[in-house]
Design a protein around this ligand. Structure first.
Ligand code: HEM
Length: 466
């Protein structure tokens, strides 16, 4: 199972550069800060199975984060970043790392390059293909193809970003976004049958993106970083992320936005009638990159999001623990580092990231909060030498664990990101929307959703439409 960064390395010359005066697709938020160096042996102890990050096999559920948000988070990541060129064992220069995705929330993972350049994703130049259109693995049953993304006759998904077939849930979410687009096309066509194909596609693409942007601002971000911080960044402006055009801060992609790895479940239910949890990667749900082959793999979103009266699952807590399986990824070639935690830590170090403490100070966070997080880290990592400072990704998880998301009623440890992680994630996603000249924040900041009659739009609506 290939995932981000898993491709063969392209031997890019890694230059030890730390400026951010570039218009590349990756950049830096804290270019003035010194890089943290921690001995790789210590990073490996921190990220190893059996080490302080190993959460075992038991679930430790959050109170408030719907399980589906893990996969929406992964989907959003795939919309904006794809680094197949950096190396774990060398210093990497963000200016020289190629981002294979446009650094914008433009759903290129759904549309590819659009109906002209990515014609193979489309049915009639307007609607997107799905398994229902007869594109499927030869042996797939009708019901299974009706509920799957389009595939080649050998089963490979025909979608805008191949990573969105990496696990069963994200593949089904990809299908939900495709169906949502097709729903919007039908809706617009019914309202104005005179629209030609080009105009219809452009209008549908804009409607879908703007509703998606609305949902990120009003549902995804408040869930992950808290509504007060979203409000603050929207009204007072961004402090850290101020490039001239869209780019991905390396502190976001190599550290803060990897917070999702702590939320990921080891096991979950995907259907109402399911009596016990299935492994995310296992015999029933499959090991990724596989066509639907069992009714049990067809997801009922009510068990993953708050949609109706059905009880929905929540994610694992946002903390310093990860499911043990992610600390020994099954798809990494022998001899390469197979702990996702250690990979994140080494990746962060290879990009010369500052410590969480230094980054927090630069972001103007109270020293009392920083001291509390550092003390918490010390308590969790006995025997591991982190005396130079706490690696940024681990710091952000520790901050989530001991401080947590700030809601109107106060902070909730284990439920969402704390002050530094929240600011990096919030400023980056909001900034990407503000820097995108075709987003509703650029075109018409007062726009409100028009597909529902309550002026709001949530994942529940998207999944109901699709
Ligand atoms: C559900 C199971 C998931 C698995 C198995 C998984 C696995 C991976 C792997 C293997 C990498 C490459 C690590 C490296 O070599 O540096 C990666 C990168 C990454 N992951 Fe995940 N991930 C999952 C979910 C998520 C979620 C929920 C989020 C965020 C909410 C996320 C955010 C990221 C980011 C930002 C990167 C770096 C991407 C890039 O720069 O190209 N992942 N993930």
């Amino acid at each position: 199972m290939a995932h981000h960064g898993m491709k063969p390395q392209h031997g890019i010359m890694a230059m030890c550069e730390k400026d951010n005066h570039n218009e590349g697709r990756f950049g830096r938020l804290f270019s003035g800060l010194p890089a943290l160096y921690t001995k790789p042996s210590e990073l490996k102890k921190l990220g190893a199975q059996g080490g302080p990050m190993d959460g075992g096999k038991a679930r430790n559920d959050s109170q408030t984060i719907p399980m589906g948000m893990v996969f929406l988070g992964q989907f959003i990541d795939h919309d904006i970043t794809l680094d197949t060129t950096s190396r774990l064992d060398k210093v990497n220069d963000p200016n020289a790392i190629f981002n294979f995705r446009t650094p914008a929330l433009d759903l290129d993972c759904v549309y590819g390059l659009g109906p002209e350049a990515s014609n193979f994703l489309f049915k009639d130049g307007v609607s997107l293909l799905t398994g229902k259109d007869g594109t499927a693995l030869a042996s797939q049953s009708q019901n299974h193809r009706d509920n799957d993304v389009a595939r080649t006759s050998t089963g490979t998904a025909i979608i805008g970003d191949p990573r969105n077939d990496e696990n069963r849930v994200i593949a089904q979410l990809q299908l939900a976004f495709i169906n949502f687009h097709n729903h919007v096309v039908a809706h617009l066509q019914a309202a104005d049958p005179s629209l030609n194909h080009g105009a219809l596609y452009e209008k549908a693409n804009e409607e879908v993106r703007w509703h998606y942007h609305w949902m990120i601002l009003n549902e995804f971000l408040p869930t992950m970083i808290g509504a007060p911080l979203v409000q603050e960044i929207m009204s007072e402006g961004r402090q850290l992320f101020t490039p001239h055009k869209g780019q991905i801060p390396i502190e976001f992609s190599a550290a803060a936005y990897r917070f999702g790895h702590s939320l990921a479940p080891q096991k979950l239910k995907v259907r109402k009638a399911q009596t016990h949890d299935f492994e995310l990667f296992g015999g029933t749900l499959g090991f990724g990159f596989q066509p639907i082959s069992d009714d049990k793999q067809i997801i009922e979103w009510e068990v993953l999001f708050n949609i109706d009266a059905t009880p929905f699952q929540t994610t694992d807590k946002l903390d310093t623990k990860m499911p043990t399986d992610l600390l020994a990824l099954p798809f990494i070639p022998a001899g390469s580092e197979n702990s996702l935690a250690t990979r994140n830590l080494l990746r962060g170090q290879s990009f010369l990231l500052p410590s969480g403490e230094k980054a927090s100070q630069a972001a103007g966070i109270d020293q009392t909060i920083i001291d509390k997080v550092t003390a918490h880290v010390k308590g969790n990592t006995a025997g591991i030498d982190l005396s130079n400072g706490t690696p940024l990704w681990y710091y952000i998880l520790a901050e989530a664990e001991c401080i947590g998301r700030k809601d109107a009623g106060g902070n909730k440890p284990g439920e969402g990101l704390g002050p530094l992680g929240g600011r990096i994630v919030g400023e980056t996603l909001i900034g990407l929307l503000e820097l995108d000249t075709t987003s509703f924040l650029s075109v018409d900041r007062n726009w409100i959703p028009n597909l529902t009659n309550n002026g709001d739009f949530t994942m529940k609506d998207l999944l109901t439409f699709s």
